[in-house]
Design a protein. Sequence first.
Lengths: 113, 113
Amino acid sequence: GENVEQHPSTLSVQEGDSAVIKCTYSDSASNYFPWYKQELGKGPQLIIDIRSNVGEKKDQRIAVTLNKTAKHFSLHITETQPEDSAVYFCAASRAGGSYIPTFGRGTSLIVHP
Amino acid sequence: NAGVTQTPKFRVLKTGQSMTLLCAQDMNHEYMYWYRQDPGMGLRLIHYSVGEGTTAKGEVPDGYNVSRLKKQNFLLGLESAAPSQTSVYFCASSWTTKNTEAFFGQGTRLTVV
């Protein structure tokens, strides 16, 4: 089955700095890579996703990059703000099967004002 | 549009007691999932369903049972609760025709004493 590794487990930055979270996956057939943000006391919510036919995708201050050859993808947050503080999860899944996503263990991002 | 609703939000059980967690979605999604979230372990899949009347085991199914009698509902049962089942439980749902995001409920915090 798919295995997703996520690093770091904790990331502390100053407001205005950039933050990068990295994930690797094992199944070369995986083709959908979403990122979820979980705020305290809430369920995870999709913030951005990327499919295997795209190398990079941006949405305002967040971007995701995908390297299919190396089987890794990353979340980039620029100009971090205190409200970006949350737990972030990466996931991977593949078409043709049961579409069940496999999640990384999460990164706790802390943005200090 | 309520999305994914979990009932209850909090529960305390004594060891050996049983209970059922209810998940309801109003988006006509085919796929539904139950995850547990523990510190440092991320989201681990307990059971999932790819349609009404079908269920399958995930990564950590022992001690849990599920049923999907109606498309909009996915029930998670604990027959004899153990302290190791103290966790936050999340239900999620998604479409089946292509890889798309999973929508999560707000979670159920379960404590087994």
